[in-house]
Design a protein around this ligand. Structure first.
Ligand code: SAM
Length: 222
């Protein structure tokens, strides 16, 4: 799967995507992630990407032209492509939506900034408008990174898709459970002991499964 992000600050994102499992997945060709500078698609010598809002008001608005040209070029002739505009007014991103997007060949994400993005992008260019939660951030950069990470994790081979698929089938949904590792008892000081729950160290698999069901949180049913 290919991810393209349109932003004004691509360097931070591209550095992040080179690290850890996402970096490894890219080096082995499982996914491609690229953040692009919107200024590459401007048509004036000052590389202007924003302008004052019609009707007055504070702040600047990202122009439709550079976004239109960028999306047109990045999309090419691929099929199974979606263009997502990030906005706090959008549908809230969750595991279910991540799974829908995980079947695409390409996802193009438009990260807004300042007072937002010319509404003609939502009306004519974006397929979906997505929010990562009911709060307002300064830009769509962190939301874009979150989306890429969640969706990339669902691609085969990136983070053990096979194991979460089996788990999901067995337990009727996506569950997230508390996890512990060694040592079994940690002593931050002489008077205190932090122990791993007994059920997890005894090796009774039925009891462990039951414990995980009780302690886990259902992220997505189905
Ligand atoms: C300060 S916000 C602009 C808010 C603007 N009034 C609007 O409704 O889109 C700047 C940009 O940050 C991004 N953003 C802010 N909060 C977000 C959220 N909760 N989810 C997704 N993107 C968000 C959007 O791309 C937005 O264009």
């Amino acid at each position: 799967m290919k991810f393209d992000i349109l932003t004004l600050f691509p360097e931070v994102m591209n550095d992040y995507f080179k690290q850890g499992l996402l970096g490894r997945a890219q080096r082995s060709g499982l996914i491609q992630v690229q953040a692009h500078n919107l200024r590459n698609w401007t048509d004036d010598k000052h590389q202007t990407v924003d302008d004052k809002p019609y009707g007055g008001g504070n702040g600047m608005v990202l122009k439709v032209g550079p976004i239109y040209r960028a999306v047109k070029e990045l999309k090419g002739r691929r099929r199974k492509v979606k263009v997502v505009l990030l906005t706090p007014r959008g549908r809230v991103f969750d595991q279910k939506l991540a799974r829908e997007y995980a079947d695409l060949r390409q996802l193009i994400i438009i990260s807004g900034r300042y007072e937002g993005v010319d509404e003609r992008v939502a009306e004519n260019i974006a397929d979906d408008q997505v929010s990562i939660g009911p709060y307002v951030l300064m830009s769509g950069d962190l939301p874009a990174m979150i989306m890429v990470e969640v969706i990339a994790r669902l691609q085969a081979g990136v983070a053990g898709k096979e194991s979460w698929l089996a788990e999901r089938q067995e337990r009727g949904g996506f569950w997230e459970c508390p996890q512990y590792t060694r040592p079994e008892i940690f002593q931050p000081n002489n008077r205190t002991k932090w122990s791993v729950p007994k059920t997890l160290v005894k090796g009774d698999h039925r009891a462990i499964k039951k414990w995980r069901q009780e302690k886990g949180k259902l992220i997505e049913r189905g």
